[in-house]
Ligand binder design. Structure first.
Ligand SMILES: NC(=O)C1=CN([C@@H]2O[C@H](COP(=O)(O)OP(=O)(O)OC[C@H]3O[C@@H](n4cnc5c(N)ncnc54)[C@H](O)[C@@H]3O)[C@@H](O)[C@H]2O)C=CC1
Ligand SMILES: O=C([O-])C1=[NH+]CCC1
Length: 158
């Protein structure tokens, strides 16, 4: 018997980390994680192990969950009040929320930032807004899979 959730947590974060390894800006000082659940933790663990950030930020819609997330960590992480505050100036952004409507807007994001967009894995779920999807250089592991499952891709029409 194997724990599928534990494997999904590690595997998903590993794939995001590979994307960041290949595509993040040369100078990547600030990591921002949107969401504070299981994937947020696995992404935090992998990203802070592989890369050296000067600052790590987290935002979650329920602040108490954010505080709990941070309390479990040994290194300092900044709890942000809004998505805008969290992503402003960030070099690497990880979206690991259960949002079904866009929470991340293009106008808040630093040019060249790398986004690992993980959460919106159903055809009718969204995390990234249409402008961001259209302006971004979008990389996927499978075109067929992305067009069947990714709400951000399907609904933005990219
Ligand atoms: N792309 C992929 O391969 C995978 C995607 N996922 C997806 O990633 C997301 C996060 O997964 P877990 O961390 O395991 O879930 P979780 O339940 O442990 O955490 C979910 C997080 O999203 C936040 N959230 C929920 N609804 C929200 C909303 N409407 N707006 C903003 N934030 C909201 C919660 O407050 C929490 O911080 C889920 O949507 C899940 O389906 C999970 C595993 C693999
Ligand atoms: O394991 C997986 O690939 C996924 N888990 C939740 C959505 C996608």
């Amino acid at each position: 018997m194997m724990d599928g959730e534990a494997i999904t947590a590690i595997r998903t974060a590993a794939v995001s980390a590979i994307s960041a390894k290949l595509l993040r800006p040369l100078v990547s000082d600030v990591l921002c994680i949107l969401g504070s659940g299981q994937q947020a933790r696995s992404h935090y663990d992998v990203f802070t192990k592989i890369f050296k950030f000067k600052e790590v930020r987290v935002w979650s819609r329920r602040r108490e969950m954010c505080e709990r997330f941070v309390a479990d960590l040994e290194e300092p992480v900044v709890v942000c009040r809004s998505v805008r505050d969290a992503v402003s100036g960030a070099d690497v952004i990880v979206t690991v929320t259960g949002a079904t409507e866009p929470i991340l807007r293009a106008e808040w994001i630093k040019s060249g930032a790398h986004i690992a967009a993980v959460g919106a894995c159903r055809p009718d779920w969204r995390e990234l807004d249409d402008v961001l999807m259209r302006e971004a250089l979008v990389y996927v592991d499978s075109r067929d899979g992305a067009h069947a499952e990714s709400g951000d891709i399907i609904l933005s029409g990219v």
